[in-house]
Design a protein around this ligand. Structure first.
Ligand SMILES: Nc1nc2c(ncn2[C@@H]2O[C@H](COP(=O)(O)OP(=O)(O)OP(=O)(O)O)[C@@H](O)[C@H]2O)c(=O)[nH]1
Ligand SMILES: [Mg+2]
Length: 369
């Protein structure tokens, strides 16, 4: 069955390749691309049903999870061992690591889970190496750390392509499209902003691949591919950063040039040496900041503030989220909270569950007895 879907996809891809791209054909091409996305969803669903139990069994733990992704022998395991107390096998041959190996990095009071993964190579999405398992593990991380060395900017492109093909969208926002399905009436299209890549006809021909009757509201100036993404079921939006390893072996000028190129793509990039430890402090700090974690120092009523073990939450977390993480009774018995620090208008400001906290706030929660 799968082969037929793959064949259908291939056929449509060929058709797109052989179609002149111009105003007259854009609706047709849009529709073909949407068809591919839909067929891939179907193929994906079948594969994941067939491959049950074959993925890595990783228990998420800590406040957030970071996946280390890169070609074989780039130094992923070496880095894991440096940043955590884990001991993942290191080898000077490819595919030393065959499983997902977790470790916990303690930083700023947070427990950050790092995941060392088997090497990713071209063709991963089709199952090369343990490609499919690696890609599916990346779907569950909070940050994708893409690792290359100074000689291989091309590896970054392969990794990006593989992740894209598996439905992962790095550093992208979920397209702001609202689709409301209905019983009849066909497809209607409205937009709240001026659209520079799409017009009503194109939107309708893409949408009709996925829905029959629906009201569609587009609220951002998105592209054709983003519109298709918004209908597709397997898209995951993950923040990503790039790490260039083996700095100790690289020529300074080449390193600068490649760093610049990656920055031009809009990606955050750091250079490190996993063996010498060079750049690792900056890396720890960047991971923490990329994860957008905030530290909340709790001050129990009548007691000292605990600056040692902050409560770790996500950016834009509310007092309610703090309650939830502390103990489920806190929300039920909540009377009020008081905050001092960055989010407070004045010292010891009285606030409710909806108050949005900031990094390094001091928080007291007062409950009914
Ligand atoms: N010179 C230098 N060698 C490094 C550095 N980091 C890792 N290596 C070496 O590179 C080789 C591969 O390291 P690993 O950590 O096993 O690489 P990996 O990415 O986990 O490889 P796979 O598990 O096969 O995917 C080992 O010989 C390491 O000692 C570095 O920063 N500098
Ligand atoms: Mg390894």
């Amino acid at each position: 069955m799968d082969a037929t879907i793959e064949e259908q996809i291939k056929k449509i891809e060929d058709e797109i390749f052989n179609t002149q791209k111009n105003k007259a054909t854009e609706h047709h091409i849009g529709k073909l691309k949407a068809k591919i996305a839909r067929l891939k969803d179907v193929a994906e669903k079948r594969k994941s049903q067939g491959a049950k139990g074959k993925g890595f069994s990783i228990k998420k733990s800590g406040d957030a999870t970071v996946g280390i992704i890169g070609f074989p022998s780039i130094g992923k395991s070496t880095l894991l061992n440096q940043l955590t107390s884990a001991s993942s096998k290191i080898g000077d041959y490819d595919f030393t690591t065959l499983d997902a190996i977790p470790g916990i990095m303690k930083y700023n009071g947070a427990d950050i889970q790092l995941l060392d993964l088997p090497g990713l190579i071209e063709g991963a999405a089709e199952g090369k190496g343990r490609g499919r398992e690696v890609l599916s593990a990346v779907r569950n991380v909070d940050l994708a750390m893409l690792m290359i060395d100074a000689q291989h900017l091309d590896h970054l492109e392969v990794i990006e392509k593989e992740l894209y093909g598996a439905g992962l969208r790095l550093n992208k926002k979920t397209p702001d499209v609202v689709v409301t399905k209905k019983g009849q009436g066909g497809i209607t299209v409205n937009s709240t902003v001026k659209l520079s890549y799409l017009n009503e006809g194109l939107i309708k021909s893409i949408a009709s691949e996925f829905v029959i009757n629906a009201d569609i509201i587009i609220r951002a100036d998105i592209t054709e591919d983003q519109l298709i993404d918004s209908f597709s079921q397997n898209r995951i939006y993950v923040p990503a950063m790039v790490v260039i390893n083996k700095k100790d072996l690289a020529d300074g000028k080449i390193l600068d040039a490649i760093t610049l190129k990656i920055k031009e793509k809009g990606l955050c990039v750091l250079t490190i040496s996993a063996t010498t430890g060079d750049g690792l402090n900056e890396l720890r700090e960047e991971i923490f900041s990329q994860l957008k974690l905030i530290r909340i120092y709790m001050k129990p009523v009548g007691k000292q503030t605990d600056y040692e073990e902050p409560l770790i939450l996500r950016k834009d977390a509310k007092v309610e989220d703090a309650c939830r993480k502390l103990h489920r009774d806190f929300k039920r018995k909540f009377r009020y909270a008081s905050v001092s620090g960055p989010s407070a208008k004045h010292d010891i400001q009285k606030v409710g569950l909806e108050h949005i906290l900031q990094d390094e706030d001091v928080l007291t929660i007062v409950t009914w007895r």
